[in-house]
Design a protein around this ligand. Structure first.
Ligand SMILES: [Fe+2]
Length: 582
C-alpha cells in the first residue's frame, strides 16, 4: 500500500511517501525549486518521493491532501475573500488541489481529503511512539479550526473540542510579528528570539487582546484585528492600544519592540500552560502530542514540559503545514486499509534526498576547485573536520539524506566551535546575514547532554529550550537569558554527525557544536551538492565538507567563481536531479 501525502497552496508545500505504513520519504518543495516556503503543488517533492520508493505513479494507491478545500471555502466566503466581481480568486478555488493533482502530478487514482487539524493531530500522534496521548494542535487557521483538543488511543484520534476562526492564538502571535515589522509566517521565530531582550511591560495590554473562556475556549478581541479580510493583521485600534505605529522593516529594533515581543511570548506561554492543564484533566493522559505552527515555539514547549502536568511531550518536527502531509497520509492509510497506522516513534527526519559519492565527485571534477578526497577513510575525514573546527573554521556540512522540517539537524548544517565569543557575529557576517539578536543552537552528544544543559531527556529535533549549565563557556550558543535550543544527537539516528561530535570532543574536550541551517538569508536550506557548492562559493564559509570530500577556501581562489556565480550558475551543467536513495 503506497500512499502519498501532500500539503500545498498556502505555505511550506511538501510531499511524503508512506509504504505499508512506513514513512519512506518526505521533503518540502522549496528545497527543490529554491523558492522559500514555495506554496505550489509539490511536483518536485512528489517526483523525489516516487524515486525514493522506486515507484511509478501507477504504484500509488492513494493521494491524501492535508485539508478539505470545500470546508475551507465556507470560511473564505465568510471572510469576504472575493474579488470586485464577487467571485473567488483563482488561487482560492476549492477544486484547485484535485485539479492540479490530476493535471500536474498526473494521478488518476483516489484522492482523500483530510481535515487540516486532523492532519496536524495525526502527524504528531502516529509518529510519537505513545500508545495513548493527549493531542493539542495550534496554528493560524485550517478550514475553520485554529486550535483543537483531542486524545489518541487504540490507533484512533478523537478531536473533542476546537476554537474556530477568527479566534486564533497563531494569528495573535502573527499579528504581533507583523506589528514588530517581521514577515507573517516566517518572522515568528524572530519575535521568540527577541523576547529575552525585553521585559513583559505590555503583557497586560496583550491580555486585553484575548478573552479566555472555560475549558479550551478563548476569543480574540476582534476590533483590534483586521486579518479576517486579509487587508492587514492589525487595526488602527491595535496601534492606538500600544501607543506607537507599527515598526517599519528598515527601522531599528528598539527596547519597545523587545518588550512587546517578551510580552507576547509570556502571554502565549500562560495561555498554552492553562490550556494544556485543561487538556490533561480532560484526557487523564501523561503524554502530550503537539503540532501546528505554534508548536514550533520551542520556548513555550520547554515551559509546557517543565511546568505543565504532562510527563512526556512529542512535537512533530515539521509541526508547520509541511508536516500536515504526514498526518494526511496516516489518516488515509486507515481509510484505505481499514487498519490504523501502527504507532511508532519517529526515529529521525533524514527523509530527503541523498547523493552518492560518485555524483559528488563528478560535480567537483567538473569545476576547477582544489579538494581533498577521503573516500574509504571516513575516520580521517572526521578527524580532519574536527581539527578545522577546533582551529575556529566555519564548516559547511553536507552528509546523507536531507532533513524534513525547518531545522537543520546535522545533514545540511553550518557547524562551528560554540566556545568562541566572536563566532555568532562571524557566522552572521559571512553567511547568515540575519538579525544579531537571534541565537544559534547547539548540537550535543546525547549521553553527555545532561552535563552541559538542564535536560533529562532526549531532544533530537531541537524543539524545546532549556538552560545552559555547562562548566564550559559557550557564548556562541547561549542566549541572553542563558537558554539554548538543544539538539541531542545519538549514533543510530545520525552516525556521521555523532562521530564528528565525538571527534571534536577528543580534540577540544567539548562534545558540543554550534549547528545552524546551511543556507543564505532568504533562501531555503541547501538540498543538492550544487546548492551546497553555490552557498559555499557565494559566502565566506571557510570549508565545505561534502560527502567524502573537503574543500578549503584557503586552497582556492574563489573570487572569480563568485563573480561567475553572480551572473550565471557555475554548476548549470550539472543535472539537478542526481539524488540517490540510501
Ligand atoms: Fe496548519
Amino acid at each position: 500500500m503506497n500512499i502519498i501525502g501532500i500539503s500545498a497552496f498556502f505555505h511550506d508545500s511538501a510531499c511524503c511517501l508512506l509504504t505499508d505504513g512506513v514513512l519512506k520519504a518526505a521533503a518540502e518543495e522549496e528545497r527543490f525549486t529554491r523558492i522559500k516556503a514555495d506554496p505550489g503543488i509539490p511536483r518536485h517533492a512528489f517526483r523525489y518521493c516516487l524515486e525514493a520508493g522506486g515507484l511509478d505513479i501507477a504504484d500509488i494507491d492513494c493521494i491524501a491532501y492535508y485539508e478539505d478545500p470545500r470546508k475551507k471555502l465556507a470560511r473564505q466566503v465568510w471572510s469576504g475573500l472575493v474579488d470586485d466581481t464577487g467571485r473567488l480568486p483563482e488561487r482560492l478555488r476549492p477544486d484547485r488541489p484535485e485539479y492540479q493533482i490530476r493535471t500536474i502530478l498526473g494521478f488518476e487514482g483516489p484522492v482523500e481529503f483530510v481535515d487540516h487539524h486532523l492532519s496536524h493531530a495525526a502527524s504528531c500522534f502516529y509518529f510519537s511512539g505513545f500508545r495513548e496521548s493527549a493531542i493539542l494542535t495550534v496554528d493560524g487557521v485550517g478550514e475553520w479550526a485554529t486550535t483543537t483538543y483531542g486524545k489518541g488511543g487504540d490507533g484512533r484520534i478523537e478531536l473533542f473540542e476546537e476554537v474556530r476562526f477568527p479566534h486564533s492564538l497563531g494569528l495573535l502571535y502573527s499579528t504581533i510579528t507583523s506589528y514588530l515589522g517581521f514577515g507573517v509566517n516566517d518572522g515568528e521565530y524572530k519575535v521568540m528570539g527577541l523576547a529575552p531582550y525585553g521585559q513583559p511591560l505590555y503583557a497586560d495590554t496583550i491580555r486585553q487582546l484575548i478573552i479566555e473562556g472555560a475549558g479550551g475556549g478563548y476569543q480574540l478581541n476582534m476590533p483590534y484585528f483586521s486579518y479576517v479580510s486579509e487587508r492587514s493583521m492589525y487595526s488602527e485600534e491595535f496601534c492606538r492600544l500600544f501607543g506607537r505605529p507599527p515598526r517599519k522593516e528598515s527601522e531599528e529594533i528598539g527596547q519597545f519592540h523587545s518588550d512587546v515581543a517578551r510580552s507576547m511570548q509570556v502571554v502565549l506561554e500562560e495561555v498554552l500552560l492553562r490550556k494544556s492543564k485543561y487538556l490533561f484533566e480532560r484526557t487523564g493522559s501523561e503524554n502530550l502530542c503537539m503540532a501546528g505552527g505554534v508548536a514550533l515555539n520551542c520556548v513555550a514547549n520547554g515551559r509546557i514540559l517543565r511546568e505543565g502536568p504532562f510527563k512526556k511531550l512529542f512535537v512533530q518536527p515539521a509541526a508547520n503545514d509541511a508536516g500536515g502531509a504526514l498526518g494526511a497520509a496516516a489518516v488515509a492509510h486507515h481509510r484505505c486499509t481499514g487498519e490504523a497506522l501502527p504507532i511508532k516513534a519517529l526515529p529521525h527526519v533524514y527523509l530527503g534526498p541523498a547523493y552518492s559519492s560518485a555524483d559528488i565527485a563528478a560535480l567537483l571534477e567538473s569545476t576547477s576547485l582544489s579538494y581533498k578526497d577521503h573516500r574509504g577513510r571516513t575516520g580521517e575525514l572526521l578527524s580532519a573536520t574536527a581539527k578545522r573546527l577546533s582551529q575556529q573554521k566555519v564548516i559547511g556540512w553536507f552528509q546523507g539524506r536531507m532533513e524534513f522540517g525547518p531545522r537543520s539537524l546535522g545533514a545540511r548544517s553550518i557547524l562551528a566551535d560554540p566556545r568562541n565569543p566572536a563566532m555568532r557575529d562571524r557566522i552572521n557576517a559571512m553567511v547568515k546575514k540575519r538579525e544579531g539578536f537571534r541565537p544559534f543552537a547547539p548540537a550535543v552528544v546525547s549521553h553527555m547532554a545532561a552535563a552541559h544543559f538542564e535536560l533529562d531527556h532526549p531532544s533530537p529535533f531541537m524543539l524545546e529550550t532549556c538552560q545552559v549549565s555547562s562548566a564550559l563557556d559557550l557564548p556562541a550558543i547561549t542566549h541572553v537569558d542563558r537558554s539554548a535550543r538543544v539538539q541531542t544527537v545519538d549514533r543510530p539516528a545520525n552516525p556521521m554527525f555523532f562521530d564528528l561530535l565525538l571527534a571534536f570532543n577528543r580534540v577540544t574536550g567539548c562534545p558540543i557544536l554550534l549547528n545552524t541551517s546551511f543556507n543564505i538569508k532568504g533562501e531555503p536550506i541547501v538540498c543538492s551538492p550544487e546548492d551546497a557548492l553555490k552557498c559555499f562559493i557565494g559566502t565566506d564559509i571557510d570549508c565545505l565538507v561534502i560527502g567524502d570530500f573537503i574543500i578549503d577556501r584557503e586552497d582556492n581562489d574563489l573570487d572569480l567563481l563568485r563573480l561567475i556565480l553572480a551572473t550565471e550558475s557555475v554548476t548549470d551543467g550539472i543535472a539537478r536531479d542526481v539524488y540517490t536513495f540510501m
